[in-house]
Design a binder for this molecule. Structure first.
Ligand code: AMP
Ligand code: GLY
Length: 420
């Protein structure tokens, strides 16, 4: 039996902890720092790599890293040096997410489909460029900006103001020392996530996120307001194309460049005219995509995590998935992704039905009560035999959970319904 340390505090980490605790090889799952829903919380921040290593060593843990920040800071390299088992990509592999410029150049030299782009560190030159072209652009800060460093533009004026926001006003700090100006592709977005051991990559079930805060994709981008799996948008044919042209090409090209990619590889895909384009890579599970995907897993996740670390994924049986849909509706606090109130009591957990999991994100426990403690607060995730029934189940369950400033989108999964 092994102990697990899940690093992180979001809905993704609650879902991973929940799934890993079902393995008969797993003794105790610790979460650092965790949230109001996770058990065995350890008060160590995700950036305190020394503290995490010390805990993992003392408690003989296999460590699973949820978010990108510790991966980009080299948690995996550090743990490997100490001979601690850890699931996730190395710092070099994490560049696919931590530097958008590195990722774009990598895609270009390896012929991986992505939008055409230019790189700038000088605002005047970037402005001259956007004035000289006849297509809309997306302006992206190079570094990690908590999912906020991407500005989708509808006009040259928008593009100029985005360039100034990132390069001149430095709204995202040093993450915006350089920018990418890339062609805007208007299509349908999906998340394609695979699990790799550096040699092969096993596709996770398909999923679709809902990034904007309001219904009908209105309002600012967020970390994700809901997700469902599988999505009919990713047809079998498209899935095969993405697997071959994006995922396998990426893993093999990384290997050829001397970097073994182990862990979850997430490609944010835009589908246009039936062709996939990579908008971004993430080097971790998506949040909230992880919540519906883990609900559908019919396998021991711990086995696959150890095989990813050991480079033995090809010796395991194919992944099997529940033949059901799962829908996660994020309950957030009014104001998110801007500022929002905290410390409001949340009620109604006791009346949740079977087939639904309430994954916690921004919550904490205090005196036996659950209090709101973040922008995205809960991810109510329900199974159903059809997409329609999974949506109905999730929306009837969320009525049971309340706090004063609860908000949510009412159209999670709706885009998928139009495919049936
Ligand atoms: P990223 O963090 O790079 O995935 O960008 C955040 C969001 O911006 C994506 O989920 C898309 O909705 C949008 N986006 C990014 N790049 C493009 C692009 N080239 N064309 C259209 N939309 C984009
Ligand atoms: N849901 C998008 C992300 O995890 O980046």
């Amino acid at each position: 039996m092994v102990n697990i340390l899940v690093v992180g505090s979001g809905g993704r980490e609650h879902a991973l902890s929940w799934k890993l605790s079902q393995s008969n090889k797993v003794e105790t799952v610790y979460t650092a720092p965790g949230n109001g829903g996770t058990e065995n919380n350890i008060p160590i921040d995700v950036t305190d790599l020394d503290g995490l290593a010390e805990f993992a060593q003392k408690n003989n843990c296999f460590t699973v890293v949820g978010p990108e920040d510790p991966l980009a800071s080299g948690i995996v390299d550090k743990f490997n040096k100490l001979n601690l088992k850890v699931f996730g990509p190395s710092q070099a592999a994490a560049q696919l997410e931590s530097s958008k410029i590195w990722a774009k150049n990598f895609m270009k030299r390896n012929d991986i489909p992505t939008a055409q782009f230019q790189i700038f560190d000088n605002a005047q030159k970037a402005i001259e460029y956007v004035k000289s072209i006849d297509f809309n652009v997306v302006v992206k800060a190079d570094g990690l900006a908590a999912g906020k460093g991407v500005i989708v533009c509808n006009s040259v004026d928008d593009a100029i103001s985005a360039i100034e926001t990132i390069l001149v006003k430095k709204t995202f700090g040093d993450a915006g020392n350089k920018i990418i100006v890339e062609e805007r592709i208007d299509g349908i977005e999906a998340s394609y996530i695979a699990l790799s051991d550096g040699n092969v990559a096993l596709p996770m079930a398909s999923s679709q996120d809902h990034k904007r805060v309001f219904d009908d994709d209105k309002g600012p981008n967020t970390g994700g307001m809901g997700a469902y799996s599988p999505t009919p948008i990713v047809t079998d044919v498209l899935a095969k194309t993405i697997q071959k042209e994006v995922i396998e090409k990426t893993i093999h090209a990384m290997k050829n460049e001397g970097i073994s990619f182990k862990g979850f590889l997430y490609a944010g895909i835009m589908i246009k005219d039936n062709k996939p384009y990579v908008l971004e890579y993430n080097v971790r599970m998506g949040d909230p995509e992880c919540q519906p995907i883990t609900m559908r897993m019919d396998f021991d996740l711990y086995d696959y995590f150890t095989a990813s670390v050991d480079g033995t994924l090809s010796s395991l049986p194919p992944l099997s998935w529940k033949d059901q849909y799962a829908v996660c509706v994020v309950l957030a606090s009014d104001g998110y992704p801007g500022s929002y109130p905290k410390n409001e009591e949340i009620t109604g957990f006791d009346s949740i039905s079977n087939g639904t999991n309430v994954f916690h994100a921004g919550t904490k426990k205090s005196d036996g009560k659950v209090l709101s403690n973040g922008g995205r607060v809960l991810g109510v995730t329900s199974l159903g035999d059809t997409l329609d029934s999974a949506i109905n189940n999730a929306y009837s369950e969320i009525k049971k959970i309340n706090w004063p400033n609860k908000i949510y989108r009412t159209d999670i999964g709706k885009k998928g319904l139009s495919y049936f």
